[in-house]
Ligand binder design. Structure first.
Ligand SMILES: [Zn+2]
Length: 664
């Protein structure tokens, strides 16, 4: 099932895909036969989304961004494109009578209907075949199979989430095992948190009207500060990004053996795009290989044999260019090829950085802005940090922070509850952590996840590879990282989860930690991502061998995380009835997968900050197919807008939790 085909921005003229062009990428749903295959998929560094869905037959479906070439590679790991039809449960062999524990049985009403969710486990482990039977109002009843949830070889229990009729609220569930075990529980309501403060009369809301580029986000932050100077300040974060810019390149000749990749020393925007390289046939016998630089034109005069036929190989041409002083470029053979092929004469090829944003979009290193909001911004109040768009393609996430900030400011004068929040907390909003990647997502390649800094060696730096470069900002932090031996990040510079050459190698991650270090009153943080509809907290990473997680918070802290989450999810649901699933509420490692070197872990373990993660954009229930469907990174704005509204309410509820927080 192909959900979306990602295309670059509309080209000015028809372009025929050539060896310098990246393969197109698609957002697809992959299916793998089981947990071991899923672990291999994560370990491969594939560009997986946060939408992971175990199936009744034990297989696992996950949305991923792949090119046709990558898909072939993933197929060798056991992944297939998920079929459109729901998977059927397979009968399993019976085991000796087992013991069943029901961890959670809840009922909820989502905008999509009414659902029963049950989590239970058997001491027989994942091999157990468990079935839920329920009885409810008006004599209603039903039955459905549970799905084993296994992560990194560890059995975490069985789950079921199933629609139920509106008038048949389940009251009791019985979980029975094919091996004979049984358990019973009363069904509670979810999330059933404390209701958020009622908004006063005249409360204003709904301030986002479109997806916003980094420049538009900066402008909104500045205009909010101009309008509310007494309640806000702008903090310019200290680490400049590398900038929405690249070196200019050209691929000359015929890959793999008879091709040369030329790369400018200057960025394209700083003169690299003006350069051109020509391969000239001298038209005379026995000429040597020569390189001449005339202004912006580099002319390579190919060597000839006694009959006047060019004989220079790609490797020789590259070496000759590199030996020429003042050329302003470097040359390499194509990828890992030795470059033994003979080059043919070619007309001047213009170098390009291939960046398609209009000239008005800055190519300079970017300053990342934070908007600080509060009546007392002196460090005396509980600090709340909300930061979005570590992942460039998650276009809804900045809108969550902008909408929340604007609601707080516009309602300060008219709403008592809002005044109380700004009186008691000190709020730091960073709408876009990764503006360079965001620009690339808007203007060039909308599936871009990472930042734009290329750490790849020359063999992986030809122009067709350009959509694979960059560091996954949310794998570049220093706690539970790849470099510490944790699972769920990649050392491959072309991977979607590339951790970077070192912890904190990237300015984007250093900026987030600078805030936590500089403002020690920050005690709560919300890292906004999309999509899938999750609300999560530490631990977020484990070591694969033995599935050893980062230390679990104390029972007291875990209870606080969960209790607060229910309040926040209540606020999200109040918006349009979107309920965050109970089995998608919890520690990252329990409900999603290991994400080595993520920011929430560093905030919690190194700074004692309650570090939460939103995955906005809960699945939508399709009553026609009776399947949950993912919303994607860039849904039609009407859906993106609705997600921004509901998760802005969630963020404001989190600020409410912070306002009520008392140090123990
Ligand atoms: Zn993300």
């Amino acid at each position: 099932m192909v959900l979306t085909t990602f295309a670059a921005a509309e080209p000015a003229a028809p372009v025929i895909a050539g060896p310098a062009d990246p393969e197109p990428a698609s957002l697809v749903t992959l299916s793998v036969p089981g947990q071991a295959a899923f672990d291999r998929l994560v370990a491969s560094g594939a560009d997986l989304t946060e939408r992971v869905r175990p199936q009744p037959d034990g297989s696992i479906q996950v949305d991923a961004v792949v090119t046709p070439g990558q898909l072939d590679g993933l197929k060798s790991l056991g992944a297939t494109l998920a079929p459109g039809a729901p998977a059927q449960a397979r009968p399993r062999a019976t085991a000796p009578k087992d013991q069943i524990v029901i961890e959670r049985a809840v009922w909820f009403r989502s905008r999509d209907g009414y659902f029963l969710s049950v989590e239970a486990s058997s001491n027989a482990g994942q091999a157990a075949t468990l079935t839920v039977t329920w009885k409810g109002a008006r004599g209603s009843d039903g039955q459905a199979p549970m799905v084993a949830y296994v992560d990194a070889g560890a059995y975490l229990g069985h789950q079921l989430s199933t629609p139920v009729p509106a008038d048949g609220r389940p009251r009791w569930v019985t979980v029975t095992s094919a091996a004979g075990g049984t358990a019973e529980a009363r069904v509670k309501e979810w999330p059933d948190g404390e209701r958020p403060d009622r908004e006063g009369r005249g409360y204003q809301r709904d301030f986002v009207t479109r997806y916003m580029t980094p420049a538009q986000l900066d402008e909104r932050v500045k205009s909010l500060h101009r309008r509310y100077p007494g309640l806000t300040e702008i903090i310019t974060l200290p680490y400049r990004t590398n900038g929405y810019r690249r070196h200019a390149q050209a691929l000359i000749g015929t890959p793999p053996a008879a091709a040369v990749v030329i790369t400018s020393a200057a960025y394209g925007s700083e003169g690299g795009n003006d350069l051109a390289v020509e391969l000239a046939g001298p038209g005379a016998p026995d000429r040597p290989l020569r390189v001449n630089v005339d202004g912006k034109l580099i002319t390579v005069s190919l060597a000839t044999d006694g009959s006047g036929t060019p004989v220079s190989t790609a490797a020789q041409v590259a070496a000759a260019i590199n030996a020429t002083e003042g050329a302003g470029v470097t040359a390499t053979t194509y990828r890992d090829d030795a470059g033994g092929g003979v080059m043919a004469p070619a007309p001047p090829a213009q170098l390009s950085d291939f960046l398609q944003a209009p000239a008005g979009v800055s190519r300079e290193p970017a300053r990342v802005l934070a908007l600080r909001i509060g009546t007392h911004r002196d460090g005396s109040r509980t600090g709340v940090l909300a930061y979005a768009q570590e992942h460039a393609r998650e276009w809804v996430t900045p809108l969550v922070t902008i909408e929340a900030a604007e609601r707080l400011l516009r309602n300060h004068a008219r709403d008592r509850a809002t005044r109380r929040l700004l009186e008691r907390t000190d709020i730091f909003i960073v709408p876009t952590v990764n503006p360079d990647g965001a620009n690339y997502s808007f203007y060039d390649f909308n599936a871009q996840r990472k930042n734009m800094t290329n750490h790849c060696p020359a063999a992986q730096s030809d122009p067709a590879a350009r959509n694979t470069w960059g560091v996954d900002v949310n794998r570049n932090y220093a706690v539970g990282s790849l470099h510490d031996g944790y699972f769920g990040a990649s050392a491959n510079c072309q991977s979607g989860t590339y951790a970077g050459p070192a912890e904190h190698s990237e300015p984007e991650s250093r900026n987030v930690m600078w805030l936590a270090q500089t403002y020690p009153n920050i005690r709560f943080a919300l890292n906004v991502h999309s999509y899938g509809g999750y609300f999560m907290w530490p631990p977020g990473a484990y070591k694969l061998d033995g599935r050893v997680t980062l230390p679990r918070p104390s029972e007291q802290d875990l209870a606080y995380f969960l209790r607060s989450a229910r309040t926040i999810e209540e606020a999200i649901a109040a918006e349009r009835g979107t309920v965050t699933w109970p089995q998608q509420t919890g520690p990252v490692t329990d409900v999603l997968y290991s994400a080595a070197g993520n920011s929430a872990d560093e905030l919690w373990y190194d700074h004692g900050v309650y570090g939460w993660d939103f995955e906005v954009g809960a699945d939508l229930w399709n009553p026609a197919t009776r399947r949950w469907e993912g919303v994607g990174f860039q849904p039609p704005f009407s859906e993106g807008h609705a997600e921004a509204m509901e998760f802005a309410s969630g963020l404001i509820a989190l600020i409410g939790v912070a306002a009520d927080h008392r140090e123990r």
